[in-house]
Structure formats: C-alpha cells, structure tokens
Design a protein. Structure first.
Length: 479
C-alpha cells in the first residue's frame, strides 16, 4: 500500500505563529487601529460640537451632547458585557459596532440638512445613538487589552499608544479645522462639514478592518465574573478599596462635567473664535498630552497610579478657574497646555488602576459598572447642575466696590466646577490605596519634576533616540 502524501521537508512546512508572536502583532495592530480611530475623532467626533453650534444648538442641547452619550454609552457597555459572555467572543462585536459607527456619520450630516428646523436636536440625538453603538464593543476591547498587555508594562504601552493617537488626533483636528474654515469663508460651510465627516467614515471603516485582524485570547468568564450584579457592586462601594476609588473618580467626573459641556460654546459663541482658532486650541491640548503621557506612563509603572492621580488632582481644580480671568487667546493656549499635563496623567492612571485592581474574568463587567456610575455623575454634573447654572447664574457680580462682568453666565459655571473639583481632591481621592508594590513618591515631588521640564527633556531624548546613531544623545533620564 502506497501513500499519496508527498514527503515535504520539515523545514518547508509552514510554522504557526506562537501566542507570543500573535500577541505582539495584535499590540502593534492596536496602535495602528488607534491611529485610524484618532483620524475619525479629529475629522468627525471632535466637530460634532461645532456642527451643533452651527445648527443653533442652545446651552441645554450642548450639555446633553456632552453628557447624555456618556451615561447611555456606559449602559451600553453593560449590554456589551452580557453579549460577549453569551457569544463567548469579543472581536466580532467590536468589529460590528465599529462598522455601524462608521456608517452613522451619514445620517448625522444629511438629516439636519433635510430637516433644518430640528437640525441641532437631530445631530445631538443621532450622535448620542452612535456613541451607544460604539460602546457596545468597549467591554470586549478593555477585556482583550487587559489580557494582552503585561501588568508591568501597562503604563508604558498605553502611554505609547495614547501618545501616538494624540499626535494623530492633533494633526487630524488641525486639518479638519482648516477645511471647515476655508469653506466657511466661501459661504459653503455645509460642504466643509460634509468633507470632514466623509474622512471620518473612511477612517472608522479602516479601523473596523484592523479590528477583524486582532488575535483574541481565549475568553472564559468565571461564574464569579458573571454573577456579580450591579446592585452587589454598589453595595461594595463603601467597603472596598476599588469602591472608594470608584466613588472618588465618579464625583470628580461629575464636578468636571459641570463645566466641560460649555467650553465649545464659550469659545465659539462668546469669544467668537474661528474654527481654525478652535481647532488650534484643542490641538494644543492634544500636543501637551502627547508630550507628557509617555512620562506619566513611567511614573505610573514605577511609583503607582494613586500617586499620579493625587498629583494631577491638585492641578484639575485650577483649570476652569483660569478660564474666568482672561480672554486672551495666547493665555488660553497656555491653559490648554496645563490641562493636557493634568488630564493625560489622570486619565492614564485611572485606566491602569482599574486594570490592576480587577481580575481578568471580571474586567469586562466591572469596567461597565464603573462607567455607569461615572456616567450618572456626568449626566447630573453636566445636564442638571451645569445646565442649571448656565441658565440661571448671572453674568456679572459685585463685591463691595468691585464689579466683575463676564461675557455670559458660563464663567460662573467654570468657577463652580473648579471649587467642587478642589473639594473632591481634598476629601475623596486620598481614601483609596495603591494595589501594587511601588516606589513611594509625594505629589510635591511629582509636580516639582514637572516644573523642571523633565517630561519635555525625556520626550526630546526619546525622539532623538530614533535618529541615526551619529545624532543620538548618549543618555537621558528614563525614570
């Protein structure tokens, strides 16, 4: 009996990639996919606000635009967590929701054109729906990335990924602002928005393609991961370290979002900035985050996420207060630099703390619970407290013989937000503890190192290290 199989030399047989190689490939793909998402954000999501202002959205609609998607998106994450438990897969839902998100920009642009009397409301509600769809896939992404990125490297990897994304977001927003401003000067601003939203569609479509190529590790949620209900999670909040962390972050989120929905309105309506000025202002914020986030990644890995959160929470209350003391475009750009320093560290450390605190089998669900609580505080802060303050607070104040006149009621909203942020930073944020063994450092030491320019010099060194060897520096502070 003869076999019809050919004798193929073993060295010529295809070799299946190892799990380590697949993980490395996926982490590289995640950076590319993040860049595609960043293009979508720069040309699409970041200009939904200016689009709504162009459609004559009032303060209440603007508060809904910035807050309602957050709470509904968080609820969508709970649904997404349940879906991936039932599917036993994460990647298909991620890709599907990303594809729907891409196509959703078509009605966001065209329906207000056909129904101009309700254009602003249509744009707000449709963009909210897109956020809901997009967030269905977030639990799967968070769960997969937590499995793929080693614990000791999370600060560095996520700092690198976010830094590159911010650079792309910056370039994309600047280009989109230039396009819209050009067509605004030609009295064809509708066409300008149509072009940038079309670019957003193509970028998100490419993001979807990359998501389909991710390697997905085996997904096995345990019984403890699936049985933890939202009510049980809420009951644990006062008693557990992660619960105290969640409460502090949620209240800080609510205090911050008292003012967050109104910065776009303030810049475009009150300060009467052009779309180019608006885009540059946001770009400076992104550039600042790009410069600092890799340094914050080193700080998080070496000194812990709690230390980073406490240090940045000293800066956060100051930011909205600074907006009330100047109308100078140059000075506001400086405020944006400080904002990028603080928020890049705060957001990176917050995400890393969740990854460090929650076991893999619970991560997809607990992320959803955490975001629901944050979403509730966001909605209350922006659409209730912030909207009420914007509609009812005066635009001028008198203290003895001193008279202060603002352009609108919005600076008063910024003051309320800043004071509440300070209270949260003093009373709630110090209540939770670090979950990893780290090298202690004080907030004063971190802020001092920022003031010496260390993050900037480190970033320059990293860039120089990519140059040909004759131009490389011989060393640098890598922390």
């Amino acid at each position: 009996m003869f076999s019809n199989k050919q004798n193929v030399p073993e060295k010529d047989l295809p070799v299946a990639p190892t799990q380590s190689a697949l993980t490395h490939q996926t982490l590289s793909l995640a950076i590319m996919e993040g860049c595609a998402w960043a293009v979508m954000w720069g040309f699409g999501e970041s200009f939904v606000g200016p689009f709504a202002v162009f459609l004559k959205a009032n303060d209440f609609l603007m508060s809904l635009l910035c807050t309602l998607p957050i709470i509904l998106g968080a609820v969508a994450q709970l649904i997404g967590a349940t879906l991936i438990e039932r599917l036993g897969r994460r990647r298909p839902l991620m890709a599907l929701t990303s594809g729907i998100h891409a196509l959703g920009y078509i009605p966001v642009f065209w329906l207000p054109f056909f129904f101009p009397e309700h254009g602003a409301a249509i744009a707000v509600w449709l963009s909210t729906f897109l956020i809901i769809i997009c967030h269905l896939g977030v639990p799967g992404f968070n769960s997969m990335m937590g499995d793929l990125v080693p614990e000791a490297e999370r600060g560095r990897y996520f700092g690198k990924r976010m830094g590159i994304m911010m650079l792309v977001m910056l370039a994309s927003m600047m280009a989109a602002g230039r396009v819209v401003t050009f067509f605004e000067h030609q009295n064809q601003i509708w066409l300008g928005f149509g072009i940038i939203f079309s670019v957003a569609i193509l970028a998100r479509a490419y993001s979807t393609l990359l998501l389909t190529r991710y390697y997905e590790p085996p997904f096995r949620p345990s019984s403890s991961g699936t049985s933890l209900s939202f009510m049980e999670f809420l009951r644990q909040v006062p008693r557990t370290n992660f619960g105290r962390f969640t409460l502090g972050m949620a209240v800080m989120t609510g205090a911050s979002n008292i003012s967050a929905p109104f910065f776009t309105q303030y810049m475009i309506r009150d300060l009467q900035w052009t779309k180019d000025q608006f885009a540059l202002c946001t770009a400076v914020l992104l550039l600042s985050q790009f410069i600092f986030i890799r340094w914050w990644g080193h700080i998080c890995d070496k000194h812990g996420n709690r230390a980073t959160i406490l240090a940045t929470s000293i800066i956060l209350p100051v930011l909205p207060l600074l907006w009330t003391v100047t109308q100078s475009y140059t000075l506001i750009l400086g405020i944006q630099v400080l904002s990028g320093i603080a928020w890049s560290g705060f957001n990176l450390a917050t995400t890393n703390f969740i990854y460090d605190s929650i076991p893999s089998d619970r991560r997809h669900r607990v992320f959803g619970y955490y975001n629901v609580i944050n979403g509730i505080f966001t909605l209350v802060g922006g659409s209730v407290v912030g909207a009420w303050c914007a509609l009812n607070m005066p635009s001028s104040f008198s203290f003895g013989g001193v008279h202060i006149i603002f352009l609108s009621s919005l600076p008063a909203v910024f003051i309320v937000s800043g004071l509440l942020r300070a209270l949260v930073g003093i009373l709630l944020l110090p209540q939770f503890k670090e979950v990893r063994k780290t090298e202690p450092i004080s907030s004063r030491q971190i802020l001092w190192r920022i003031s010496t320019g260390e993050p900037v010099f480190n970033r320059i060194t990293e860039i120089m290290d990519t140059l040909p060897s004759p131009f490389r520096p011989t060393g640098g502070n890598k922390d």
